[in-house]
Structure formats: structure tokens, C-alpha cells
Write a protein that binds this ligand. Structure first.
Ligand code: GDP
Ligand code: GDP
Length: 438
């Protein structure tokens, strides 16, 4: 599981600037997907080799008693409770405030690993100006400038070192593709536990022991029609013996972690509610993670023909970035339409794990260019020379050549279409990277 870092501090100290800086490299990947509305509070971050989930808690007033601040404080407390490490941000230019003291007291009592950061420290001589922050009793103060990107990397290193986690292994072992890791994601009440319990109650489904999983592990291994699956415990669900139960508190962090641990995510929507903002955010996390996805609209039994058409239109307009995913209309309660979902899950997994050889990719590239060459940009005409596979789940195709920075998004979409057709890729995102030599 990826570690979780929470950014805490009073309003205006620079938390969202820091958040943006930490999540920017991941942003670039999904920047060109139309219709994606980002959740500005939760993000996947990557710095060097290290990956983590970062939460921006907004403003925090632990002593708030009325109004909107109470709700904010509640959410911040939940975020802090779910975090592995807290980054407490203060303003190096403003100096210490009473609110900073309140927050520090709260964090000290909590006893979580905490890193104290003085933001807006660009151009400051260390020492004298930062000395007062030692008063907070949280140890060393790290000067950073979120706006200028100074000190952010060592801040991340320090925060994650506090957890003594192993670094990501560059040469990852060949993934075990015989077991499909499946997560069911969706907001509360869409029918996740109903669906999972319907599944697990099926006779065709056989539980088996997966090496490395313990009795109270958060996943359930099972086999269906000769295919092995590992069902990952999802946000808002808890396993109780053989049944899953909905728990009270929905957790974005658990949703993110489940998505990241899965190969395929089944995004569950509620036909009676249509596509809500929260659905769109969850869909955004899935897209960002690069996982394969199948969409199921549940409670199909409870809507009439007019409502059905409305839901279909909403999916097209609100989730256009998941166009590559198969769509199913089901009723978990009435056990309708469930079979085809399994077929799509298997297909999405197969697509996500697709192996593409360099000769085949390169031949395809040349055929595509012959069919339609990339446009000249001023003096430059991009030259696409060869391609190789740079990753799985999602498949990444790396194109090598010259002046590739001038390849348009439209042309990339054209290439994507050819690749999807050739390799029969359904249900997985596909990333195309351009590598210009010289
Ligand atoms: P938040 O309310 O804690 O999320 O704070 P924001 O990220 O919205 O930043 C508040 C203000 O501080 C904005 O005007 C930012 O441009 C500014 N700011 C953020 N980081 C820095 C920094 O490193 N240096 C300076 N000088 N200003 C910054
Ligand atoms: P979760 O919070 O996502 O796990 O949702 P639950 O499985 O607890 O379901 C929430 C509510 O929706 C419950 O009252 C279920 O009985 C109901 N529900 C689940 N599936 C269906 C369905 O296919 N049709 C209808 N009409 N109701 C359903």
C-alpha cells in the first residue's frame, strides 16, 4: 500500500501550492483528458522513485466550534487519522500565530510522525528567522518554497524516511498475471456490498488460499470459471467472516489505495442517482492510476425507460475520459446482468497485461505513418522511427524518433486508435510516450 501524507496548517500558508507541486508530474499524464474534473484535495504524488498519496486538508482550526470550520476540522481530523505521516505547514514570512500553536498541540497529542515545514522561505537566511518555530516543540523546521519548488524534495524524503519504507524497486519482478486483482469502487450506497455478497454467495465461486494472505487479510481470493481472482477490500466495506458489510465512514484514501492495488477496477454507479460529482472524482482517480476499468450501473431494476436514457447520456457527458471502458447495466439485488461483467473484467485484464513486441509495434507505426503522416510544424516534420513497450497495466508504448515534441494530440489519438484495434485493447487506458533522440 502506498503511504499517505497529509498536509495540515492554517489557511494561506501554501498547502495547495505544495499539493500541486507534489502531484504535478502525475497531472501531466492526464492533463489532456477532456471532461476530467480533478479533486483538489487528494492526489497521487511521485518524487524520484517514491510514490505516495497526498491529502490537502484545506484550512484547519482545531478549536473551531461553529460554522463551516467545524466541518473542515472534522474532515481534517479524519485525514490526519488516515495519514501515515503529517506535514505541518507554517508561514515563514508571517511567523508564529496562535493558530499554529493550537495545531501543534493537537498534533503533539496525536503522536503521529510529523514534519514541520516553514513555507515561503525563498531568499531567507536560515537560522534567525526560523528559530521561533522551534517553540512549537515539533523538532527541526524545514525551510521550503512551494511556489519556487525549493526544498520540496528533501521535505518528501524526510517525511517518508520517518516511515522507514523500502524504496520502490525499479527492476520489478514480472507480475503474476494469473490472478486478477479486482477492486469494486464506488461511493456509499451504490450497492458495493450487495454486489460482492451476491458474487461470494454464488456456487460457481470457490474460495482458495493465496500464499501470503492471512485470515484477516483485507482481500478475498476466489476462483470463477477457471480464472483466479483476488477481491480487494474497498473503501466503505469491511469483511466479516464470509460477508462484506458497509461501514459508516467512506474513505477516499482507502478508495485510492484499493484502486492502486488492483489490476482491474469495477466502477459501480447507482442508476437512481445518476452520475454525481463524487462518482466523477472516483472515476478520475481510476483514470489517473492507469488501472483497467469496467463500469457497471447498478439498480437498473429501479429506474424507468426515461431515467435509463438519462443515465446513459450522463455517463457520456460526465465521464467521457472512460470511453474505453465497457459499460454494463445490472441489478445486484435481482442478480441481473452479472455474467457479462465477468467477461469484461477478464477482457480488461487481458488488455492491461497485453505484450507488444518491438517488431510488431514498429511495423504498426510505419503502417500508420504511411496511412497518414504527422503534420509538419514550421520547419519540423516529426519522424517516427520505432516503438517499444514501456510498461503494463496500463500498457505504455514508447515511440522513438526526431522532432516528436511536435506530434499533435490528434495524431496521438490516431495512433492510439490503430494500436487498440491491432491488439484488441478494451477496458484499459493506453499511454503513448514520445522520445526524441538528439
Ligand atoms: P493554502 O490556503 O494553505 O492552501 O495556501 P495556498 O497554496 O492557496 O497559498 C496561499 C498564498 O501563498 C498564495 O497567494 C500563494 O501564491 C502563496 N504562496 C504559496 N507558496 C509560496 C511560497 O513558497 N512563497 C511565497 N512567497 N508565496 C507562496
Ligand atoms: P454500498 O454502500 O455501496 O456497499 O451499498 P449497499 O450494498 O449497502 O446498498 C445500498 C442500498 O442499495 C441497499 O439498501 C441495497 O439493498 C440497495 N441496492 C443494492 N443493489 C441494488 C439493486 O440492484 N437494486 C435496487 N433497487 N437496490 C439495490
Amino acid at each position: 500500500m502506498k503511504p499517505v501524507v497529509a498536509l495540515v496548517g492554517r489557511p494561506n500558508v501554501g498547502k495547495s501550492t505544495l499539493f500541486n507541486r507534489m502531484t504535478k508530474s502525475r497531472d501531466a499524464i492526464v492533463a489532456d483528458y477532456a471532461g476530467l474534473t480533478r479533486d483538489r484535495h487528494y492526489g497521487n504524488a511521485r518524487m524520484g522513485k517514491r510514490e505516495f498519496i497526498v491529502i490537502d486538508t484545506g484550512g484547519f482550526e482545531p478549536t473551531a466550534e461553529t460554522g463551516i470550520y467545524v466541518e473542515m476540522a472534522k474532515q481534517t481530523r479524519q485525514a490526519v487519522a488516515e495519514a501515515d505521516v503529517v506535514v505541518f505547514v507554517v508561514d515563514a514570512r508571517d511567523g508564529l500565530s496562535a493558530q499554529d500553536h493550537d495545531i501543534a498541540n493537537y498534533l503533539r497529542k496525536l503522536g503521529k510522525p510529523t514534519v514541520l515545514v516553514a513555507n515561503k522561505a525563498e531568499g531567507m537566511t536560515e537560522g534567525t528567522q526560523l528559530a521561533e518555530f522551534y517553540e512549537l516543540g515539533l523538532g527541526e523546521v524545514l525551510p521550503v518554497s512551494a511556489a519556487h519548488g525549493q526544498g520540496v524534495r528533501s521535505l518528501v524524503e524526510q517525511a517518508l524516511d520517518a516511515l522507514s519504507l523500502p524504496e520502490l524497486d525499479e527492476e520489478e519482478a514480472e507480475p503474476d498475471t494469473s490472478v486478477i486483482k479486482l477492486a469494486v469502487a464506488g461511493r456509499p450506497n451504490v450497492g458495493k456490498s450487495t454486489l460482492i455478497n451476491t458474487w461470494l454467495g454464488e456456487e460457481r465461486l470457490i474460495a482458495f488460499d493465496l500464499p501470503g494472505t492471512t485470515r484477516d487479510a483485507i482481500s478475498v481470493p476466489f476462483e470463477r470459471a477457471g480464472q483466479k481472482y483476488e477481491l480487494i477490500d474497498t473503501a466503505g466495506l469491511r469483511r466479516k467472516g464470509r460477508v462484506f458489510e458497509a461501514i459508516e465512514k467512506f474513505s477516499v484514501v482507502k478508495t485510492l489505495q484499493a484502486i492502486e492495488s488492483a489490476n482491474v477496477v469495477l466502477l459501480l454507479l447507482d442508476a437512481t442517482q445518476g452520475v454525481t460529482d463524487q462518482d466523477a472524482h472516483i472515476a478520475g482517480y481510476i483514470l489517473e492510476s492507469g488501472r483497467a476499468v469496467v463500469i457497471a450501473i447498478n439498480k437498473w431494476d429501479a429506474v424507468d425507460e426515461y431515467e435509463r436514457q438519462q443515465v446513459q447520456r450522463q455517463i457520456e457527458s460526465r465521464l467521457p475520459f472512460l470511453k474505453f471502458a465497457a459499460l454494463h447495466f445490472i441489478s445486484a439485488r435481482k442478480r441481473q446482468g452479472l455474467g457479462p461483467v465477468w467477461a469484461s473484467i477478464a477482457q480488461a485484464h487481458q488488455s492491461a497485461m497485453c505484450k507488444m513486441s518491438t517488431p510488431v509495434l514498429t511495423r504498426l507505426l510505419h503502417e500508420a505513418v504511411q496511412f497518414q503522416a504527422p503534420k509538419r510544424a514550421g520547419m519540423f516534420r516529426p519522424k517516427l522511427r520505432y516503438a517499444h513497450q514501456g510498461g503494463m497495466n496500463p500498457p505504455v508504448v514508447v515511440v522513438h524518433g526526431n522532432s516528436l515534441e511536435h506530434v499533435t494530440d490528434a495524431y496521438k489519438r490516431f495512433l492510439e486508435g490503430r494500436l487498440r484495434k491491432e491488439f484488441n485493447l478494451i477496458g484499459t487506458p493506453l499511454r503513448i510516450e514520445m522520445k526524441t533522440s538528439s
